[in-house]
Design a protein around this ligand. Structure first.
Ligand code: SAM
Length: 348
């Protein structure tokens, strides 16, 4: 398809990047994402095969998607993920394949993933303190996470990013430690404002550390912080705003709560069971599995996806910002009624 035919939504946003959740399962229980003991999992038979995922990615690529990010749940819990990486690498049009992981299994898989064609990795690292991770994410495997980061570096990924969700009273005293850690590991940290999505049932505005507060705290330690000019900051559709410290160290902030970037959002999400979501906050998605398994042609799938994207008017984070009273988007009952509302199902 000529790029001039690529669909634009009602705000002129292209279909540029696709996040593919390969499993809803996770081996951590972060309080901001999966705080419960029990979950309703997607039925096994509904989970897309690698062939089905690769075929859908190819249809999306035909409509303009260039960036694909594997996520979850924890993507490394999906058996033989490197095979899927290899399949997506061969899809014409996909120029950037990345993965977001909690890192616990990364030491085992980094080399084979890199060899299979994965270009970039983002590792979630909320704290440098093992005891905090145990309390906050019910995981005693902090050493495995650090080993995963080291393995990613050694495997030679093009860029290594570290994602930190900043929560007041939990890890807001670690911002400078995390910047120093990232610098020492040749990585870039991206601080994410705590969002009221999916399983964040204990969310409240007073726990959100805003971008402004983060920058103030960092400049107290490092001095003047400069925003990177757009040309250096990355693609204009990227969610993170990037900054530079006086010594040249760069970091990013994803201010999804206090300064949402809906107007430049070219992202959509495919869940492990083939539900396509046009916004992280969307109430429901479009089922692509059913047409896929009922024999729809690539052209028919492209027509469905293209028409749906052209009608897209979502700006979920901006709408949430406009609320006078803001609390968690869902309570547990609402999440149990439809697991597609969970962040671990949608992929972050
Ligand atoms: N398991 C993988 C991981 O931990 O990176 C991938 C899935 S996880 C849902 C993707 C990202 O979403 C992580 O960086 C996580 O920190 C982020 N995330 C989850 N819940 C969030 C929330 N309530 N606010 C902000 N970010 C959140």
């Amino acid at each position: 398809m000529a790029m001039s035919d690529a669909p634009l939504d009602t705000f002129g946003r292209p279909l540029g990047s696709l996040r593919v959740s390969v499993t809803d399962r996770c081996n951590m229980r972060c309080r901001y994402c999966m705080p419960e003991d029990e979950y309703a999992w997607l039925p096994r038979a509904s989970i897309l095969t690698f062939e089905e995922i690769a075929r859908l990615v190819a249809v999306f690529a035909g409509l303009g998607v260039r960036k694909v990010r594997l996520t979850g749940g924890e993507p490394l819990l999906r058996q033989d993920l490197a095979t899927l990486v290899g399949m997506i690498t061969r899809v014409p049009g996909v120029t950037d394949l990345a993965m977001t992981t909690n890192g616990l299994l990364l030491a085992k898989h980094a080399t084979e993933l890199r060899r299979a064609g994965l270009r970039r990795v983002t590792v979630s690292l909320d704290t440098l303190r093992p005891q905090r991770m145990l309390a906050f994410a019910k995981s005693a495997r902090h050493a495995d996470l650090l080993a995963g980061i080291a393995a990613a570096r050694a495997a030679g990924f093009e860029r290594l990013k570290l994602n930190t969700v900043v929560i007041r009273g939990f890890n807001d005293d670690e911002l400078t430690d995390l910047v120093d850690f990232a610098r020492a590991h040749d990585a870039e940290v991206r601080f994410i404002e705590y969002m009221d999505v999916g399983g964040a049932t204990r969310w409240s505005m007073d726990q959100v550390v805003s971008q402004r507060e983060m920058l103030d705290a960092l400049s107290r330690r490092y001095g003047r912080i400069e925003p990177l000019p757009p040309a250096e900051s990355g693609p204009s559709w990227a969610p993170a705003e990037r900054f530079r410290l006086p010594d040249g160290t760069t970091f990013g902030v994803i201010a999804s709560v206090t300064a949402p970037f809906c107007r430049t959002c070219d992202r959509s999400r495919l869940t492990a069971d083939g539900t396509w979501l046009l916004c992280l906050y969307a109430e429901r998605g479009v089922d692509l599995r059913d047409p896929l398994r009922c024999g729809a042609s690539d052209e028919a799938l492209a027509a469905l996806i293209g028409a749906t994207w052209r009608a897209r008017s979502d700006r979920g984070a901006e709408e949430r910002l406009g609320l006078s009273q803001r609390g968690a988007l869902y309570q547990v009952d609402g999440l149990r009624a439809d697991p597609h509302r969970e962040m671990h199902t949608r992929g972050g």
